[in-house]
Design a protein around this ligand. Structure first.
Ligand code: DQA
Length: 142
């Protein structure tokens, strides 16, 4: 049975309240419940933090313990070489997910430090992106 880490960065604890016209009305809890409902054979670990160090520590803990990671790094996408390094260091397959399409927004969102460490990326499709990412990880496992 697959174990997948649903991994979320800063401000994603406020989904549902935070700029719903950009990020949708679903809360993080709604997103995780939908994943558990759809992928009954998967064991989901979940972690959200507003702190870069806590995210790095949690990723280190996941090393060798999960089959893959679905990661929405929030604004750390555009700033964090340390999270890029952490993904490379743990050697886990990571799929980057964004609810919005950063490349279609402000120019400071156009660059991701995270993408080059990932096996793939899903953006702009709202909360279904998390489900698509899980499906892609499972398909890799065969
Ligand atoms: C986001 C996009 C980022 O640019 C932003 O800082 C977020 C959310 C998204 O899911 O669309 O916090 O990662």
């Amino acid at each position: 049975m697959s174990k997948i880490l649903i991994f979320n960065g800063p401000n994603l604890n406020l989904l549902g309240i935070r700029e719903p016209e950009v990020y949708g009305k679903a809360t993080l809890d709604d997103i995780i419940k939908a994943l558990k409902k759809r992928f009954k054979a998967v064991t989901f670990e979940t972690f959200q933090s507003n702190s870069e160090g806590a995210l790095i520590d949690r990723l280190h803990q996941a090393r060798g313990k999960v089959a893959g990671v679905v990661f929405n790094p929030g604004a750390f996408t555009h700033t964090s070489i340390a999270l890029y390094d952490a993904i490379k260091a743990v050697g886990l397959p990571v799929i980057e997910v964004h609810l919005s399409l950063p490349e279609a927004r402000e120019s400071f969102r156009h660059h991701s430090f995270i993408t080059p460490a990932c096996i793939g990326k899903i953006a702009g499709l709202g909360s279904i992106g998390y489900q698509l990412a899980v499906e892609a990880l499972l398909a890799r496992e065969g």
